[in-house]
Design a binder for this molecule. Structure first.
Ligand code: PGA
Length: 246
């Protein structure tokens, strides 16, 4: 079923104290919101965030996971490790990880399968570069990434998946895709999922410089179910305004 979702991606920001302050400020103001609210926090904040959000309507996610179960993988965190502290979501295939840490579509797919096997809900990111957009290859790129990320999944598992369309040129740059372009891209992703699984109900978010000022226009588009928010999710007040717009 399509759901309204606003997810924050804190990236490598916020210490445990900041996390607790943020939740204390945000939580009383979003009790009645219509969207599902997710915060994807650094590993070191997970335990605090999960404890502080118990009994609230804020859901907690990690920003990465490794695809092996255990072993000699210094520095990596397994899906089981995340699950055992009650992590609910995990971002997989963010463009920063694809670019800076060489994550391929194959790695993204392995992570998605491993997350689902362990009861985590993946938030899968896809998006094109500026060059690809200028060469009219954006739709081809994101539908291809979607197809590869979803290999081997069952139709039923789509219920536990969120896709985030994040044009790389719009992330952290202040440039947003126009709401029409974002909707077209998301519509194409939905069509790809339909082609693969006979399902059009998957939740798909837009991400890339979403702010209180541009959120409503994006959310008014028929195919956009919400947002994955980076910079503007670091302040409770701006994150709250974006939640209020959906
Ligand atoms: P931004 O980041 O909102 O700061 O552009 C979005 C993201 O990277 O998920």
């Amino acid at each position: 079923m399509r759901r309204k979702v606003i997810a924050g991606n804190w990236k490598m920001n916020m210490l445990p104290n900041d996390t607790i302050d943020f939740i204390n400020e945000l939580e009383p103001n979003i009790k009645k919101c219509e969207s599902e609210v997710i915060l994807c926090v650094p590993y070191t904040d997970l335990f605090y965030a999960i404890s502080f959000c118990q009994g609230t309507n804020i859901h907690i996610g990690a920003q990465n996971v490794f695809y092996e179960d255990s072993g000699a993988y210094t520095g990596e965190i397994s899906a089981q490790m995340l699950k055992c502290i009650n992590t609910e979501y995990v971002i997989i295939g963010h463009s920063e990880r694809r670019k800076l840490f060489n994550e391929t579509d194959e790695i993204v797919n392995k992570k998605v399968l491993k997350a689902l096997e362990n009861g985590l809900k993946p938030i899968i990111c896809v998006g094109e570069t500026l060059e690809e957009r200028e060469q009219n290859k954006a739709i081809e790129k994101i539908t291809d990434q979607t197809e590869k990320a979803l290999q081997g999944l069952t139709k039923e598992s789509l219920e536990n998946i969120i896709i985030a369309y994040e044009p790389i040129w719009a992330i952290g740059t202040g440039k947003t895709a126009t709401s029409k372009d974002a909707n077209e891209a998301i519509k194409a992703i939905r069509a790809k999922v339909k082609e693969m699984f006979e399902n059009t109900d998957i939740t798909i978010l837009y991400g890339g410089s979403v702010k209180p000022e541009n959120a409503k226009e994006l959310f008014d588009e028929p195919d956009i179910d919400g947002a994955l928010v980076g910079g503007a999710s670091l302040k409770a007040s701006s994150f709250e305004s974006i939640i209020g717009a959906n």
